[in-house]
Write a protein that binds this ligand. Structure first.
Ligand code: SAM
Length: 249
């Protein structure tokens, strides 16, 4: 039977999209796309690649058609992001916990921007196992998040200011080292006065714990990079990019 997941939190959809798009710099996305292209260029397993939680498709739209003839598609549960997505790639509206894929269907998958870590701990484990199941043996999963140590070094963060479209955004976040969760509240007041608001959290794992988590789900760690240059994780790193190989089940 398909695994039931937590579904889409209130935070994703309109609130996430309208308040996040203004902060996504095109040149950074371009470098992320190049990183992913390089990462999958060594993959020898035949088959498609999925962008898990593709959102509006800033990566998938650029990667599709450039991966040596591989089919690339996006999956996301938010209809707004999919409806407004960038051109040039196929997408399916699907819950990551109930991906409409047969086991061992994919050669590769990636999930950018902490997408795999916005769930309860037990759900993150289930999700990683589900992703492992739909990958072929030796298939590859690449995911992006932020190093635990970086978030812990800035335990309280916030934003209060205008956005280019005349909206006003307020965000307050505080990291709890005991649970590894960054708990946040975001409120967007739109130019017409309507207010969108929601709570969310992101779970961060120290690297040894992260390694145990993914190995327990059926992966082998191939690399942990501290940035898009492919260098190691250091105290100054603000990115954690993990490359995994699906071990033989
Ligand atoms: C942090 S955003 C990242 C979007 C995109 N990967 C990017 O880097 O711009 C996470 C995405 O995951 C989607 N998402 C959250 N929970 C989901 C679920 N249970 N099933 C499918 N998509 C989900 C959200 O709608 C959102 O588009």
């Amino acid at each position: 039977m398909a695994d039931r997941g937590p579904g889409l939190s209130d935070f994703f959809g309109e609130l996430y999209l309208r308040s996040t798009l203004p902060f996504l710099a095109g040149d950074v996305t371009d470098r992320e796309v190049e990183y992913l292209r390089q990462a999958f260029s060594d993959l020898r397993v035949p088959g498609p690649i999925a962008d898990l939680g593709c959102g509006h498709g800033r990566h998938a739209s650029q990667l599709a058609g450039t991966l040596g003839g591989r089919f690339l598609f996006g999956a996301d549960l938010d209809p707004v992001s999919l409806a407004e997505r960038d051109a040039g790639f196929d997408a399916v509206r699907a819950d990551l916990f109930r991906l409409p894929l047969a086991d061992r269907r994919l050669a590769g998958a990636y999930a950018w921007y902490s997408t795999l870590f916005v769930f309860e701990d037990a759900d993150i484990e289930r999700l990683l196992k589900r992703v492992a199941a739909v990958l072929k043996p030796a298939g590859m999963l690449v995911f992006h998040t932020v190093p635990y140590e970086h978030v812990a070094s800035l335990p309280v963060a916030g934003f209060d200011g205008p956005l280019p479209d005349g909206s006003h955004l307020v965000e307050k976040a505080s990291f709890d080292p005991a649970t590894g969760r960054d708990n946040a509240y975001r409120e967007l007041t739109r130019p017409d006065g309507t207010v969108l608001s929601g709570h969310f959290f992101i779970r961060y794992y120290p690297r040894p714990e992260m390694a145990r988590l993914v190995e327990g789900a059926g992966f082998k760690v191939k690399w942990m990079h501290g940035g898009l240059d492919g260098g190691p994780v250091s105290a100054a790193s603000t990115d954690l990019i993990v490359g995994l190989e699906r071990t033989h089940a």
